[in-house]
Design a protein around this ligand. Structure first.
Ligand SMILES: *Cc1c(COP(=O)(O)O)cnc(C)c1O
Length: 345
C-alpha cells in the first residue's frame, strides 16, 4: 500500500498508476489495455469536443474489515452507462466489459486502495466519449471507454457527515422536463458549473434545483439526489429529470428494511417546512446532512425570500441509514442484499 495521507484526502484527484482503455471501431471493441499514459490521443474533430457526446459513471472500491476489496453494485453503474449512451446514440460497453474494466482498474491501482480504518476509498471514474473525427452534427460512430481510479476522502477530509447549507435559485434550471436530466452525461454538468460557482461564492455547499416548468417541486442537487425524513417516512422526488442515484435506491431499500415507509413522489418546496431531516446523497460521500436551505428568487439575490431549517447535525434516522450503507460497503455488516463484489487483489 502506498504511504499517502489518507486522512487528509478530500474529494479530489490523486494521481494513480494506470488507466484502463478500450475503443469501439469498425463494429467492435478493442481488447482493454492497461496504460500508464494518462494522455489519450484524440482528433481535434472528435465529437465529444464539439457536441458533448460524453457520459460517465462513479463508483467505489473499499477495503473491508476482513482486508478484502469490494466494489459496490458495479452492474448498476454499467446499466446506467448503457442508458446514458443510448440517449447519446453512442456505442457502449456491455455490462460484462464495464465490470471487467472496473476490476482491472482496481487491480492495477491496488496500492491506492485506502486502509479499512480511513474514511477514504478508491473512486472509479468510467468515462465514455464519442471519439471519431466529424464535423457534421450527428452521433459518434466510434467511442472510447476509459476507467480511471483515484483515492478520495469526503468533502471535509476524514470527517464524515459534516452538515452543509444549500440554496435554491429559481433563475437557473438543471434539466428540462423532457430533457437529459436522468442521464449521467457531461452536458448536465456543463450548465450547472456557473450557478454552482455563484452558490459557492456565497458560502453554500449545495445548490438545489427545482422542476424547470413550475419551479415549485424539488428535483435534486447538482451532483446528488435529495431525500428527506418526515416522521418515519423516507421521501424523495419522483421525476423524469432526476438522475436515478444508486445511493438513493440503496438507501430506500435499507430504509424499508429498517421498517421505515418510503415515498417517491412530488415534493413541493414548501413541504420543507414540515420535514425533519434533509440530506443530499450520492456515491461520493453517501449522504451529506443539509441543515438549512435558503430559497432565493434569483440566485444572485443577497437575501433569501424564505429560510428552511432542519436538524443542525446529521439526524438520527439519516445516521442509521448511513451506517447501514457504509457497513455493507466495508464488510462490517452482512451483505444481505447482495450488493458487493469481491475483487481479488
Ligand atoms: C451521479 C449523480 C448522482 C448520484 O448518483 P449515485 O449513483 O448515487 O452516485 C446524483 N445526481 C446527479 C446529477 C449525478 O450525476
Amino acid at each position: 500500500m502506498k504511504n499517502l495521507e489518507w486522512g487528509k484526502m478530500s474529494f479530489s484527484y490523486t494521481k494513480t498508476d494506470y488507466i484502463i482503455y478500450s475503443t469501439f471501431k469498425d463494429g467492435k471493441w478493442t481488447p482493454a489495455v492497461k496504460t500508464a499514459d494518462f494522455n489519450i490521443a484524440l482528433s481535434s474533430y472528435a465529437g465529444v469536443l464539439h457536441y458533448g457526446s460524453s457520459c460517465f459513471e462513479g463508483l467505489k472500491a473499499f477495503r473491508g474489515v476482513d482486508g478484502k476489496v469490494r466494489l459496490f453494485r458495479p452492474e448498476e453503474n454499467a446499466k446506467r452507462m448503457i442508458r446514458s449512451a443510448e440517449f447519446l446514440d453512442l456505442p457502449a460497453p456491455s455490462i460484462e466489459q464495464f465490470v471487467e474494466m472496473c476490476v482491472m482498474a482496481v487491480k492495477a491501482n491496488a496500492e491506492y486502495i485506502p486502509p479499512y480504518e480511513s474514511t477514504a476509498s478508491l473512486y472509479l471514474r468510467p468515462l465514455l466519449i464519442g471519439s471519431n473525427p466529424q464535423l457534421g452534427i450527428r452521433s459518434s460512430v466510434e467511442s472510447t471507454f476509459i476507467v480511471m481510479a483515484s483515492p478520495v476522502g469526503t468533502y471535509s477530509g476524514d470527517k464524515i457527515l459534516v452538515p452543509g447549507t444549500a440554496v435554491v435559485g429559481r433563475n437557473h434550471d438543471r434539466a428540462a422536463p423532457n430533457g437529459s436530466g436522468s442521464y449521467k452525461i457531461g452536458a448536465n454538468y456543463a450548465q450547472s458549473l456557473h450557478p454552482y460557482n455563484i452558490a459557492h461564492k456565497q458560502g453554500y455547499r449545495e445548490l438545489l434545483f427545482l422542476d424547470a416548468s413550475t419551479h415549485s417541486l424539488i428535483e435534486e442537487f447538482g451532483s446528488s439526489n435529495f431525500f428527506a425524513i418526515k416522521g418515519n417516512t423516507y421521501i424523495t422526488p419522483n421525476s423524469h429529470s432526476v438522475l436515478p442515484s444508486i445511493t438513493n435506491a440503496s438507501l430506500r431499500t435499507v430504509a424499508q428494511d429498517l421498517g421505515m415507509k418510503v415515498e417517491m413522489r412530488e415534493i413541493p418546496l414548501v413541504e420543507l417546512d414540515s420535514v425533519d431531516e434533509v440530506n443530499s446523497c450520492g456515491t461520493a460521500v453517501v449522504i451529506t446532512p443539509i441543515c438549512r436551505i435558503d430559497d432565493k428568487i434569483r440566485l444572485e439575490d443577497e437575501l433569501p425570500s424564505h429560510v428552511y431549517k432542519f436538524t443542525e447535525e446529521c439526524g438520527v434516522k439519516s445516521r442509521a441509514l448511513y451506517d447501514q450503507i457504509i457497513g455493507i460497503q466495508k464488510g462490517t455488516l452482512d451483505d444481505r442484499f447482495g450488493w458487493t463484489m469481491f475483487v481479488d487483489c
